[in-house]
Design a protein around this ligand. Sequence first.
Ligand SMILES: CC(C)(COP(=O)(O)OP(=O)(O)OC[C@H]1O[C@@H](n2cnc3c(N)ncnc32)[C@H](O)[C@@H]1OP(=O)(O)O)[C@@H](O)C(=O)NCCC(=O)NCCS
Length: 164
Amino acid sequence: MIRRCGDGDFEAVCLIINSAAEAYRGTIPEDRWKEPYMSLEELLAEVDAGITFWGFEEGVELVGVMGIQPVQDVTLIRHAYVRPDRQNRGIGGKLLSALNQQTTRPLLVGTWADASWAILFYEKQGFRLVSSEEKDRLLRKYWSIPERQIETSVVLADRKWRCR
Ligand SMILES: CC(C)(COP(=O)(O)OP(=O)(O)OC[C@H]1O[C@@H](n2cnc3c(N)ncnc32)[C@H](O)[C@@H]1OP(=O)(O)O)[C@@H](O)C(=O)NCCC(=O)NCCS
């Protein structure tokens, strides 16, 4: 049910990301929204940058995706999206557990500060928000994102990070 995504999957991955990212429309700052939210070229550049995508499959159809990216001494959870008609059924939680089992390193995840549902999702999975100062430091150290995205994001850390 959960499998690694390969070259033949990225168009489907892109569709899932863009359909689920509709949740951001009108919620995240206007200057951070764009359409499509992520183009296929941007997605492939993320894969080239070292993100491995895993997908949740129902039948032959991918319905949820989540990326994992080892950076220095941590692992980042990147681009977590479940198709809108399959959300809130445990798929995101299962993907996150599966990725967690693949690494012994601490897990960090960044999301939009305005995406309250995503923050709640990660908190239910045992992640906790780091302070604003720590968030700025971590986003600069482990992510390669624009300054404006740093301003408008939060970071959540798992238990391994907090107990390191
Ligand atoms: C965030 C996301 C990946 C979670 O995946 P999921 O399969 O829906 O999550 P699960 O069913 O495993 O977990 C359910 C929990 O997530 C949160 N959640 C999921 N969908 C939600 C929705 N539509 N509205 C509000 N909360 C929601 C709730 O806290 C929920 O817990 P509850 O059932 O006790 O209320 C998915 O909802 C999604 O793609 N959202 C839009 C894009 C997004 O915000 N991505 C995060 C990028 S970092």
